[in-house]
Design a binder for this molecule. Structure first.
Ligand SMILES: [Mg+2]
Length: 344
């Protein structure tokens, strides 16, 4: 069993602004897991919010020694070993996207070895893949209008808020479209009073839900807020992995699972069932990612209430062909594993 990896620099269609900063080029690490003449692809898209960079991903992958295993089907043991390489709660982060790359590659390999698409291995129906939202980053009014026009084919828009001029942003968008909006404040409303005021205002603007209104550390404020409104509130920065979910029952109506935060497909499945048992809504989101990681999430997407899996349509140079985004609907092919191939 052998791992190898290569960095790809993805170029964003537009400079992408959220309440924490701006990005134009985003590096990802593509991992290949080889065994028995078959290669499975995985991907890490590191995020500084979770203490990762392309360098920490490479450093982590160097530490992964798979020579102690000889059967890739023993995914439970292999992934437990990979998890153990950085302890839970480590102050310098837990290398979640690097771990995710290994998890995805292993699942792709198994699908290829068995000649079965991943959604079938998961027991899911390809016709039930999710309709993904399309994300509009924070921008000037002119650019917002331009982006709304470019997003014509996508029926659901996700709007990044959490700034001083949130009302102006929504008014600009509403001057151009009456589509359903989902709002992501990315922890940008720093007091509970401000969050309450903004959400009350959004209730009249055909907004489906609000993601992460306040900083993750303000969980008690979230409980106060949730008791005062009916708009569904979805946790993102508050939920990294399975262990975070039990704390969120009184504070949020749902969770946003991202493969890069939670370490991969295996943990995501556990999180989906745990959140269901707590009567919470399930969303999956993404970072800026290629078709490798977006396809991995798309295979799971029949289990979701909401999908925000547009990471590879926000870039101009996806090196992989895999899941297709057809007017927001994620369409999988029937190739084995993830169904992704490197473009020439
Ligand atoms: Mg978010």
């Amino acid at each position: 069993m052998k791992l190898s990896w290569k960095q790809f620099d993805l170029h964003l269609r537009h400079a992408f602004r959220i309440s924490r900063g701006v990005e134009i080029v985003d590096p990802v690490m593509i991992v290949s897991f080889e065994h028995d003449g078959i290669a499975g692809f995985g991907e890490a898209s590191p995020t500084p919010r979770y203490h990762e960079t392309i360098e920490t991903v490479a450093a982590f992958l160097k530490r992964v020694d798979l020579s102690r295993f000889d059967d890739p089907f023993q995914t439970e043991d292999i992934l437990l070993y990979v998890q153990s390489l950085t302890p839970v709660g480590s102050p310098l982060g837990e290398n979640t996207s690097a771990k995710c790359a290994v998890d995805i590659a292993l699942h792709d390999w198994i699908g290829k070895k068995l000649n079965v698409p991943l959604y079938k291995l998961l027991g899911l129906d390809k016709s039930k893949t999710a309709l993904s939202s399309f994300t509009i980053g924070i921008d000037s009014p002119d650019m917002l209008i331009k982006k709304i026009r470019e997003a014509e084919e996508y029926p659901v828009l996700k709007i990044k808020l959490g700034m001083e001029n949130d009302r102006e942003t929504i008014k600009t968008i509403r001057s151009a479209t009456d589509k359903v909006l989902r709002v992501d404040a990315n922890e940008g409303w720093t007091t509970k009073e401000l969050a309450l005021e903004r959400i009350k205002w959004l209730q009249d603007e055909n907004v489906e839900f609000v993601e992460q209104p306040m900083p993750a550390a303000q969980l008690d404020d979230m409980k106060w807020l949730r008791a005062k409104i009916t708009m569904p509130l979805i946790a993102d920065e508050n939920v990294i992995g399975l262990r975070d979910i039990p704390k969120l029952g009184d504070a949020f109506d749902g969770i946003n699972i991202k493969l890069m935060k939670c370490t991969g497909i295996r943990e995501a499945v556990r999180m989906i069932h745990t959140a269901r048992a707590m009567n919470m809504k399930i969303m999956m989101g993404c970072m800026i990612e290629t078709a490798v990681a977006i396809s991995a999430a798309a295979h799971l997407s029949p289990l979701l209430d909401y999908a925000d899996l547009d990471g590879n349509v926000l870039i101009t140079d996806d090196p992989f062909d895999g899941v297709r985004n057809v007017r927001g609907k994620l369409e999988l092919n029937d190739k084995p594993g993830l169904g992704v191939v490197l473009r020439n």
